[in-house]
Every structure is written in C-alpha cells, then in structure tokens.
Design a protein. Structure first.
Length: 139
C-alpha cells in the first residue's frame, strides 16, 4: 500500500514514467523558473551596467572588462514562466559603446541565455578648453 501511494504521489508531481528532464514539480507559476543572461563580447573597459526588468524582478548587473574576450553572464534573480522581460544598458563602459540583442521577450520553461552584448570602441573623448577666449584667439 505504501509503495502504491508513493508512485501515485510521484505521478501527480510530474515525476512518473512520462516525465522529462525539463518537467518541473511545481507548475503553478508561483516558483521562479528561469535564469536570464547571455554573452558579452568586446568589453575592454570598466563601467558596463545592465538592468533586468521581468515582472516584479528588478536587478542591475555590473560586468567587468575581460580584455575584449567573450564572457558569459547571468543575472542573479530568476523570473517565472510567462513573465515578460526587458534588459537595458544603464551605464556604458568608458570609451566604448555597447548594444544588446534579444533584449526583450517572454520567459518560457527554460533559461534565457541569448541576451547578448556587443561592445565596440566609442568616439574619442573631446577635451574642450573652457578657458577665457577673446578676439585675439579667433585669428
């Protein structure tokens, strides 16, 4: 009797013989499902900050320079299945411009791992002379 009860409970929990590796025990939407992240390439300066907004989830992610080499990143917080998400760049790294691909969407039942960041050299910093100018300087 005890064995039948255990198998019945496992079947109800989604762990019966028809379950797959991606099946979750709780499918009621209350538990977090999935991580979000991707790959950063070309980042050679410090200061890049990404922001994740997914339902009630809000997180900033600071990414360290890696000499321009590709590196993976993942936000620490997870989001529930069905949540819409958006990732934005809140701070560009010094001397570079970064862009995002696949920055918004809806979370399915698997992790999102294709929110990619590509960084390239930005325009040079302009150093303006804020000193005193008079008519003699314009000749």
């Amino acid at each position: 009797m005890r064995t039948i009860l255990i198998f019945t409970m496992l079947g109800l929990a989604g762990l019966g013989s028809n379950a797959t590796a991606s099946d979750r025990i709780f499918a009621n939407g209350f538990e977090p499902c999935c991580t979000l992240g991707g790959e950063v390439s070309g980042l050679s300066s410090s200061g890049l900050v990404l922001h994740l907004a997914a339902g009630a989830v809000s997180e900033n992610k600071n990414l360290a320079a890696n000499g321009g080499q590709p590196q993976l990143y993942t936000f620490a917080k997870t989001a529930s299945t069905g949540s819409a998400y958006t990732v934005t760049i809140t701070t560009q790294p010094g001397g570079q411009i970064c862009t995002l691909s696949n920055a918004s969407g809806s979370i399915g039942s698997t992790p999102v791992d294709d929110i990619n960041v590509t960084c390239v050299a930005g325009p040079p910093d302009l150093n303006w002379d804020d000193g005193a100018w008079d008519d003699a300087d314009w000749q």
